[in-house]
Design a protein. Structure first.
Length: 363
């Protein structure tokens, strides 16, 4: 079997995670807390660009597909029992403790949260809330809505380890290509037929995970390729936003066209983190790497931080006191810092004790 890189040991990947979570934070700070100037969302260039921060989720998907596939392919040298047991135990120790803690807090503990129906509650507990959102409707609690992407990842984990175990690398490459093409085609067909929630469905979003997996199974692309694809991704996102007039990931234009450059952005950034000498120093900067290290908790809890700071800002920063752009940027920086601080506390007080148990399940 061809020797594969050790993707989880590439330090710059933490920086890419950090950039991805920054994109998500910038979007949500503008989307959730527009108390200062509602028109700012659509009339200012910063607003249109920041609303494309949803592409950070696609970057996470590409990274996840790359890292998980690398771990699984390297693990094929061990018997089936340890292969599956170690993978699922390590994933469970990383994901479940914090996820279920946050879900329990949102559903049953924190006061004044929107009530969830029994069906919605069950969807969070069993990781199918993405299907619930697409079929029944979005949760009234914005802090619960972001968990849709975690459901897609969990559904991917249910199937992908078995495919990697039984398929050859050549077959896996063919499967990845088929998933990429199939997901793009399925989004077009569903949106054209009037279905408006492809954004949440695993078959429609599997292309980002599959392209990350494919990058594990082929020689690393060149830094030049990474730079070109990154620029094409950024340009494509901006072009779709300005031609359709809507940066929202739920708009038909973004679901059909915007997810393709978002995928390209993930491919480009991952490639540059692996091979790009020019940008690797950027991705290894301590602030970005720290954001990346704690990005899981930041993603799960940042909306609670934004809600808290919004309530404070409404009292302390009356409309018209300062220029809107200055207020939004300052608010975003404050929320990023608050989310990071909460994640650091969570890591040291809660998460790391579960992560220490991973030593019993070597990858």
């Amino acid at each position: 079997m061809t020797a594969l890189p050790q993707p989880e040991r590439i330090a710059a990947l933490d920086g890419v995670r950090g950039l991805a979570i920054l994109l998500v934070l910038c979007m949500h700070c503008l989307y959730i807390a527009p108390w200062y100037d509602l028109g700012f969302l659509t009339t200012h260039t910063y607003g249109r660009v920041a609303m494309l921060g949803w592409s950070g989720v696609d970057v996470f998907f590409v990274l996840s597909g790359f890292l998980i596939t690398g771990i699984l392919v390297r693990g094929k040298g061990q018997p089936a029992g340890p292969y599956f047991r170690n993978f699922y135990m390590r994933r469970s120790l990383r994901i479940f403790p914090l996820y279920y803690l946050v879900i329990i807090l949102l559903l049953y503990v924190l006061p004044n949260r929107p009530v969830a129906s029994g069906g919605e509650q069950l969807s969070y507990l069993l990781y199918y809330q993405n299907i619930w959102f697409a079929s029944v409707g979005m949760s009234p609690d914005f802090a619960r809505q972001v968990t849709w992407s975690l459901a897609i990842e969990e559904q991917f984990y249910l199937v992908w380890p078995a495919l990697v175990w039984f398929a050859s690398e050549r077959a896996l490459r063919a499967i990845c290509i088929a998933l990429i093409v199939g997901a793009i085609a399925l989004r077009f067909v569903l949106v054209q037929s009037g279905f408006s929630h492809t954004h949440f469905l695993t078959p429609c979003r599997i292309d980002a995970l599959a392209v990350g997996a494919l990058l594990t199974l082929v020689p690393p692309p060149s830094a030049r390729f990474g730079a070109i694809v990154t620029l094409l991704g950024i340009g494509g996102l901006l072009a779709v936003a300005y031609t359709t007039g809507d940066s929202s990931p739920l708009s038909p234009g973004q679901q059909m066209w915007g997810l393709i450059p978002a995928l390209a952005l993930g491919v480009g950034l991952l490639t540059l983190a692996r091979t790009g000498r020019v940008l690797q120093p950027l991705f290894t900067l301590l602030p970005l790497r720290s954001l990346g290290k704690y990005s899981y908790c930041i993603y799960l809890t940042h909306l609670l931080v934004i809600e808290l700071f919004t309530k404070l800002a409404v009292k302390w920063v009356p409309v018209g006191t300062y220029p809107p752009l200055l207020v939004v940027i300052a608010f975003t920086i404050t929320c990023c810092a608050g989310s990071w601080l909460l994640a650091v506390v969570s890591w040291h007080a809660f998460e790391k004790w579960f992560l220490a148990l991973k030593r019993h399940f070597p990858s």
